[in-house]
Design a protein around this ligand. Sequence first.
Ligand code: NAP
Length: 364
Amino acid sequence: MASMMFTDCSSSTAAARLLPLSRGRLRSDCSSIFIRRFVGSHPMCTNSLRTTVHSASSSSHVIKATMSTESSAKVIDGKAVAEQIRDEITAEVSRMKDEIGVVPGLAVILVGDRKDSATYVRNKKKACDSVGITSFEARLPEDSSEHEVLKFISGYNDDPSIHGILVQLPLPSHMNEQNILNAVSIEKDVDGFHPLNIGRLAMRGRDPLFVPCTPKGCIELLHRYGIDIKGKRAVVIGRSNIVGMPAALLLQREDATVSIVHSRTKNPENIIKQADIIIAAVGQPNMVRGSWIKPGAVVIDVGINPVEDAKSRRGYRLVGDVCYEEACKVASAITPVPGGVGPMTIAMLLSNTLSSAKRAHNFQ
Ligand code: NAP
């Protein structure tokens, strides 16, 4: 189903097939304190938006945006927010090193030779380097045994210079993902996928040590743009373990009234239309149409889907799960794809690694 791509969301009948980039669709990966001014606009929304990111030392991180055209949505600029967060992390990493001589460390385990996974791991290493976090990497051949992977995890669990462990998914099919993820110490589970962390996220009165990076990034965007969550009706489209389900739990923890739409939901439009906040994490290009969105709703589009584009040098471009050109006329604020949630995921991974190191060394 995911390989059926709409090339143009202004026409619901215009469907075209795109050769899968990897296993049927482009899988995105789940697994900044300056006062700066920037223009956040999206080519499909003709209005331009002037946005100011306030410094961390000011009373809040809230980003104020003013519109040059009243009829269109504010663009929630994930790239700029992620940059701001990375600057904040850089400052904290350096303060930690100066004050207690500790540098946060992140270990990544990559099994097999999938090109997309190798790219994600490379990007994570680059991101660590850019903020001063030390990265460690274990590359194991595709035919490694589960036992070998578990040995690496156990070594990293015991290594005090490592504060975060990430197993790059997907693992080769002969491995039991559950066994492997469960082996990561919950104190170092920076991906937030350990069942104990997810369980704590779901329970009232309990706090997870880590929250999965992509949903955490979605909520951080809402916070930094000063969007109220409490008492709002929120709809999460998708219920995957890595995005939809934790996103719904996070919204609920923030006192939203949450509905989850999935592939068996009847009349999803009617449910989505009631939402003040929509988080779409489906993997279906342009599925959510403008007419499904309540005027003034806030839209966070997690989807990253390749669609054919003869005009692009690569022959394709990336679109979200929401039909941007329709939605930006109805919503009050919206994340673009690319440049919305995507950059937040790695920023949250760095943030989780820093928090882990701080917690391990009781550094405030
Ligand atoms: P997933 O594991 O495939 O889950 C997709 C979810 O969408 C499932 O819960 C599925 O329902 C639901 N769904 C599928 N078709 C639907 C339909 N027609 N109507 C309603 N719900 C439908 O995908 P995922 O890993 O959560 O990723 C979702 C999207 O986010 C993908 O485009 C992915 O590339 C992107 N993503 C982006 C980032 C980022 O950093 N920006 C990170 C992770 C993922 P069932 O449960 O009923 O099958």
